[in-house]
Write a protein that binds this ligand. Structure first.
Ligand code: AQP
Length: 336
């Protein structure tokens, strides 16, 4: 059975972009059958930038609640917190020795996150982030990785690392992973600026819809979302030069399981004053049950911690043998 792996950072403010670009699609792949699905809270990635320890603990549990509330079933999928499965970090070290500095330096996320700042002061972990991500995927020999558009380059690097490892050691051990970037909302944009992606770390809360926002907050943010004065076009081509309008239509389509053309078939020629309330209603209908289930789970932290402990046990049945074999290939004296 092909194995699916993906992760989300517990760095606070889980948002609609994470939901449509990642979580909702994780659930689709879990339900599709024919895959073994492994989903992860990547806390080791989160600490590549400063995290207050108490906030990190809370965000990790909140993210776990978000996974479950969105429909990840810890019986059907393996649901884990990265640091509880030590083979991720162990394989990442091997990959740090396979990957080249130049490859890391070319990553746009590294460039974006250090733009205008002193890159010398960034953590070494932030630079090596894609190497740990490659390890997250390949420690499961996962072949399918559902992600948003922003992660495409990191997945190409994962393929480069697997290829170089296999070549250097003369083995056919790590698979060449396929990114799965599908759907109408692989790149949800900020509600305040159609040229920036919706992001956990945007200082403006109005730029994103948080998974924990209540109905009023969601409706207000959509009402205030930046748009242009034109009515909606009747075909997708008419959105080409209208990033804010395109973003709202994409969100509608993704939430409603429609294509952009279907949405425009219904709303073409109509003003945002009509479209926005319909979008708000749709977003609330989707997100309100998730947010109330999240808060129920957050009141039951023992349940969350038990799920993660069990997930880690199941994960290690896969990861321990793959690490052992990797060490053998590399020439470590065992047993490990
Ligand atoms: N705006 C987005 N649209 C579609 N997908 C998105 N993802 C993130 N933002 C969008 C997808 O969510 C998954 C988890 O992402 P992550 O936890 O690695 O965080 P990130 O990509 O760093 O998300 P943020 O919100 O942008 O965090 P900051 O602000 O810290 O950089 C991935 O599959 C990602 O593609």
């Amino acid at each position: 059975t092909p194995r699916v792996f993906s992760g989300i950072q517990p760095s606070g403010n889980l948002h609609l972009g994470n939901y449509l670009g990642a979580l909702k699609r994780f659930v689709d792949m879990q339900e599709a059958g024919g895959y073994e699905t492994v989903y992860c809270m990547v806390d080791l990635h989160a600490i590549t930038v400063w995290q207050d320890p108490a906030d990190l603990r809370r965000s990790t549990r909140e993210l776990c609640a978000g996974f479950i509330a969105s429909g990840i079933d810890p019986e059907k999928s393996i649901l884990i917190n990265q640091s509880q499965v030590p083979e991720h970090a162990q394989l990442a070290w091997v990959f740090n020795c396979v990957a080249r500095m130049g490859w890391m330096g070319r990553m746009t996320q590294w460039k974006d996150k250090t733009a205008g700042k002193n890159a010398e002061a960034a953590s070494l972990g932030l630079f090596a982030y894609p190497s740990l991500m490659a390890a997250d995927i390949l420690i499961y020999h996962a072949t399918h990785v559902p992600v948003g558009e922003d992660q495409k380059q990191h997945l190409e690097l994962t393929r480069d690392i697997a290829t170089k490892f296999n070549h250097d050691y003369g083995v056919d051990f790590f698979p060449i992973t396929e990114p799965v970037i599908e759907g109408a909302a692989t790149r949800v944009m900020s509600l305040r600026d159609g040229s920036k992606k919706m992001s956990k770390s945007d200082p403006s809360d109005a730029s994103r819809i948080n998974m924990t926002d209540d109905a009023d907050a969601i409706a207000k943010k959509i009402r205030k979302a930046k748009t242009d004065p034109e009515p909606l076009p009747s075909e997708a081509a008419g959105l080409a030069e209208r990033p804010e309008a395109r973003n709202l239509v994409n969100i509608f389509a993704a939430l409603n399981g429609q294509t952009v053309d279907q949405v425009l078939g219904d709303f073409g020629g109509r003003a945002f004053s009509e479209f926005k309330p319909a979008l708000a209603e749709l977003a609330v209908a989707h997100l309100a049950p998730i947010s109330s289930e999240m808060s129920r789970l957050m009141d039951n932290q023992d349940e969350i911690d038990r799920i993660l402990t069990r997930g880690a046990e199941r994960a290690r049945e896969i990861t321990a043998p793959i690490l052992k074999k990797t060490y053998e290939i590399v020439g470590m004296v065992g047993p490990v």
